[in-house]
Ligand binder design. Structure first.
Ligand SMILES: [Zn+2]
Length: 396
């Protein structure tokens, strides 16, 4: 029973196979012996199916392959069967069927390319990327299924983190009319930029970011990286200009550059201007995490009383766990409640609740995490993970 449950989702895929077997068998027999042939079909077919269901893949394959001889008319049946094997994780069987097909000299060039493409997919799914890549190159050379082969190559390069190769392949696909790949290319350039940045090659990192923005001027990831690079090479005025651009493009990500914002203004000796700017940002989009940072800056540059009254005012406008925790922290720093153990207990509870909050959320699949991933670890979509408003634990 467990085996049936395991196979049921793709058993539906067998329906066209059953139909085709029936049709082919029916077609090859005259009307007077049709019922007899149907009986033979049923017996052979169900024998094969029984082997599949009882997890005897080795015995099932020859039964199915025996049912239909390979020719241009039956190839779809073989391809469907191989797909079933691949989907159920039986890569060896899928590969065997596809290799059988490719070995037939009678097959048309187009079907041969299709079999090569599917064989490449078998290897890709099995994680044998080098072999898959070679097969996709063969497909591209054949002149058929060029786009599909390139798309699979693009998948391989992304999984292998071969960003330059991925960019080249995506550019070719764009030239062929697939313009919706532009945001992906921007992400790939961002990945390339990260590699350069990690090696300390800021100039190359900068160039890659420029390329990313050429393909997607609103790529928030590239805009954030550009801020970080500017701060790294001490171009603080540029950094502030870029930060303001992010705030206008996608204010949800403003907290991702907040630490750079504070650093840039500090280095320029303009903390009062910074406080004014952050208050302005907060007016447009109340965010208690931003309030925490502003309150910290007010404490540092003006007075603790002013910070507390600012925090209290913002907390009443937008009540949140983080804001409350921040308020209590500030009061503790001022020495108001340090001797009150009950108050300290409340503070501990609030801090642990704050940690449990999800901070980033994938718009596509719902994946949540405490760190910002540009490619979703769950559904592999790019740029779909966004900060959950009010839950980011801003630091500066
Ligand atoms: Zn996702």
């Amino acid at each position: 029973m467990e085996t049936i449950v395991q196979y049921w989702p793709w058993l539906f895929l067998l329906l066209p196979v059953v139909y085709l077997f029936g049709w082919l068998k029916g077609r090859s027999n005259s009307a007077d012996n049709q019922s007899e042939s149907s009986h033979t079909l049923s017996s052979d077919y169900f024998k094969g199916l029984n082997y599949l269901l009882s997890d005897q893949q080795d015995r099932a394959l020859p039964v199915f392959l025996k049912l239909v001889q390979i020719d241009n008319e039956t190839i779809e049946t073989h391809l469907a069967l191989a797909t079933i094997y691949r989907r159920s994780g039986n890569y060896d069987k899928a590969i065997e069927i596809h290799q059988n097909l490719i070995a037939k000299p009678s097959l048309s060039a187009k079907y041969r390319s299709k079999a090569l493409l599917e064989l490449g997919r078998d290897y890709l799914t099995a994680g044998l990327f080098d072999r898959a890549e070679g097969l996709f190159n063969d497909v591209i050379r054949s002149g058929f299924y060029d786009k599909a082969a390139r798309q699979y190559k693009l998948t391989i390069y992304q999984q292998e983190k071969e960003w330059l190769e991925a960019i080249t392949e995506a550019k070719t696909l764009i030239q062929q009319g697939d313009t919706n790949l532009k945001p992906l290319i921007a992400q790939l350039y961002c990945e390339l930029s990260e590699q350069f940045f990690a090696k300390g090659n800021i100039k190359q990192a900068e160039l890659a970011i420029k390329d990313a923005l050429t393909y997607n001027a609103g790529c928030v990831r590239a805009l954030i990286a550009r801020v970080r690079n500017a701060v790294r090479i001490k171009k603080y005025k540029d950094a502030i200009r870029y930060i303001k651009q992010i705030q206008q493009t996608d204010s949800d990500y403003f907290l991702s550059v907040l630490s750079y914002c504070v650093e840039a203004y500090r280095e320029l000796g303009k903390v009062d201007e910074l406080i004014d700017y952050l208050k302005l940002v907060e007016k447009e989009n109340i965010n208690i995490n931003l309030t925490e940072v502003i309150a910290g800056l007010i404490t540092e540059h003006q007075s603790a009383d002013e910070a507390q009254s600012y925090l209290r005012k913002q907390l009443s406008l937008a009540p949140s766990m983080n804001g409350l925790a921040s308020f209590i922290n500030l009061m503790n720093k001022q020495g108001d409640y340090t001797c009150n153990t009950h108050f300290q207990e409340i503070q501990k509870v609030i801090e642990s609740m704050k940690k449990q909050n999800e901070q980033y959320h994938c718009n596509k699949c719902g994946y949540t995490s405490g760190t910002l991933n540009w490619q979703c670890p769950s559904c592999h979509a790019w740029g779909e993970i966004k900060p959950v408003a009010g839950n980011i634990n801003a630091q500066y």
